[in-house]
Design a protein around this ligand. Structure first.
Ligand SMILES: [Zn+2]
Length: 255
């Protein structure tokens, strides 16, 4: 082998080694990029799961015996609520406002088309307080056991809690959900008879709603008048007592 040939052979070997090194670097680079991509995808996956999976149910009152409402109503289109005109309706200070968070099962966030009446109910769950009934509505967002809520709940002690804004529908009165305000009343036993404190608060609330919306005697309804359900039970069994309640309200004909 001449000197020239030897030099050529060394050059060829160097070239080969250089090519092998380049391939090795390229492979290492590709593996590194692949790993980085996998890590990014995994982190994004974990973040997505954390964001989108619902938390575990946390039921306070799963044994509520509230009246189930028509689930078909949940398919109503969600109409964005027009912002209320400030000062248009001022909620009196004898009403405790404890509005439910928006959720499909008890506060769907659908606007009331108009207010043409008020529907009175009984909870059908003897001995429960206004707060417990509000909690029941709130927890439906997680228990998903039925669709139910009302604008107001009146306790056996006469405490009035507002659960749903007056410009939005509650799930309480079937086909009249979209044009009435609903009131659930607590009661101590199966007769469904309201305590004097509950009755006094109901009259006060009805008088305020009558004045606020310009309603008449025919606009104050029992759930029974809407759909024939035995609700509020005592006033279905004692129509004379219901007539007495309606006669005792103040109708303002100024509207
Ligand atoms: Zn009812």
């Amino acid at each position: 082998m001449t000197v020239r040939e030897r030099q050529a052979s060394v050059r060829a070997r160097r070239k080969k080694r250089g090519r092998r090194l380049m391939i090795a670097y390229a492979l290492r680079g590709a593996i590194f990029l692949l790993l980085a991509l996998m890590i990014i995808l995994m982190v994004r996956g974990v973040l997505y799961i954390r964001e989108h999976l619902a938390s575990a149910p946390d039921s306070e009152l799963p044994d509520g015996n509230m009246e189930p409402d028509d689930p078909a109503l949940s398919e109503l289109p969600i109409v964005p609520i027009e912002p209320a005109i400030p000062g248009e309706i001022t909620i009196p200070d004898w009403i405790v406002q404890d509005i439910l968070p928006v959720n499909e099962y008890s506060r769907p966030g659908i606007a009331l088309s108009e207010v043409n009446g008020v529907v009175v109910h009984y909870t059908g769950n003897p001995g429960t307080t206004a707060e417990q009934n509000r909690s029941y509505f709130k927890n439906l967002a997680e228990t998903k056991e039925t669709y139910a809520s009302s604008h107001f709940v009146i306790g056996m002690d006469g405490k009035i809690i507002q659960c749903v804004p007056l410009d939005a529908i509650a799930y309480c009165s079937n086909q009249r959900n979209d044009d009435t305000i609903s009131i659930e009343c607590c009661h101590s036993d199966d007769t469904g008879q309201f305590s004097q404190d509950t009755l006094d608060a109901l009259v006060q609330l009805l008088n305020w709603l009558i004045k606020t919306y310009g309603l008449g005697r025919d606009d104050i309804l029992r759930h029974y008048d809407v759909i024939g359900k035995e609700c509020p039970y005592y006033f279905v069994k004692h129509p004379d007592a219901w007539e007495g309640l309606l006669n005792g309200l103040t109708y303002d004909n100024a509207f």
